[in-house]
Write a protein that binds this ligand. Structure first.
Ligand code: MTE
Length: 299
């Protein structure tokens, strides 16, 4: 039998999400079902999170197919333990790190973030994760590094979407170093107090809440520090439509649709349309990163 996340999540936990999760002890023998202890964060929004059902059934994860339901249907077969991440390039301590080692010593927090897809839908997700800056500081970024590049696992035998050459696998993403070091940028290992569901990017993914969702790369196996702007999947596919920065901006439309508003998933067919906020509502925190840029050009 395949359990869904609502089967394994004790209801009181997601009903009392305002309470501190810290103090909860590991519930189950299986690590996938273990509760994650995490402190609340001042960076969380007060907006009501989407249901676990919404977050785990409406996904983009092209390694499992292009349909919104494909990840939930096909990601169950992905092996996420053991898992390791290669950290290389311009770092003092390059190497292949086991996931447990990557996470070791990093303070886990619950971060309730708005999440805005470039396709003009949005959700609110209660992630569990830690600041990417914590990991980068640990491995020692060298002064020559200017960008961080990320890659997702390539394993076609477990990722049926990878049999299609439509994307030049691996899925790739990248950030400028100051974006990567920003306190809002996290590596997430869970949501709703549980280990990351496979369709959401188990066992570890990036979350950059002021950028369109495609920047938040899933199931990461490589993090490289570099001095050149890295190639990124959507920019490689459609450079006129998807820039490297991909900051949420209601004033810069996608060539094929408006970005001025968004459909909040789960808010009902007619009631769910809302204005899109500059930098997805994180303008006060991140606008200074782009003070020198023309946002209409450098999208
Ligand atoms: N990461 C990988 N490896 N493959 C993908 O197809 N899709 C991106 C992003 N990260 C994607 C990915 C897109 S387009 C979005 S909107 C988000 O993941 C969706 O995250 P979610 O399914 O957790 O909502």
């Amino acid at each position: 039998m395949r359990l869904t996340w609502s089967d394994v999540t004790p209801k009181p936990l997601w009903l009392s999400r305002r309470q501190l999760i810290a103090g909860a002890t590991a519930l189950a023998a299986s690590p996938a079902l273990a509760k994650i202890e995490a402190a609340k964060s001042a960076y969380s929004t007060d907006a009501e999170p989407n249901s676990l059902e919404d977050i785990t059934s409406y996904n983009n994860f092209y390694e499992f197919g292009t349909g919104k339901g494909d990840p939930a249907e096909y990601a169950g077969g992905l092996t996420v333990d053991p898992w390791s991440i290669v950290i290389d390039g311009m770092v003092d301590k390059p190497g292949t790190y086991d996931l447990a080692d990557v996470v070791k010593g990093q303070p886990l927090e619950e971060r309730i973030y708005r999440f805005r897809c470039v396709e003009a839908w949005s959700m609110v997700v209660p992630w569990i994760g830690f600041q990417l800056s914590g990991l980068l500081n640990r491995v020692g970024v060298q002064p020559s590094a200017k960008f961080v590049a990320f890659e997702t696992l390539v394993r076609p035998e477990e990722m049926p979407g990878q049999s299609s050459p439509f994307i030049d696998w691996p899925y790739r993403e990248g950030l400028r170093l100051d974006e990567a070091m920003h306190p809002l940028t996290i590596l997430a290992t869970g949501l709703y107090g549980e280990a990351m569901p496979k369709q959401n990017g188990a066992p570890i993914r990036l979350v950059v809440p002021w950028k369109y969702g495609f920047k938040s790369i899933k199931s990461i196996v490589r993090i490289s520090l570099t001095d050149a702007m890295p190639q990124t999947t959507w920019n490689m596919l459609q450079p006129q439509e998807y820039g490297f920065y991909a900051n949420v901006n209601p004033k810069v439309d996608h060539p094929r649709w408006s970005q001025a508003s968004e459909r909040r998933i789960g808010a009902g067919l007619f009631g769910g349309r809302q204005d899109t906020l500059m930098f997805n509502g994180y303008e006060a925190e991140v606008a200074s990163l782009y003070a020198e840029m023309d946002l209409a050009k450098d999208y």
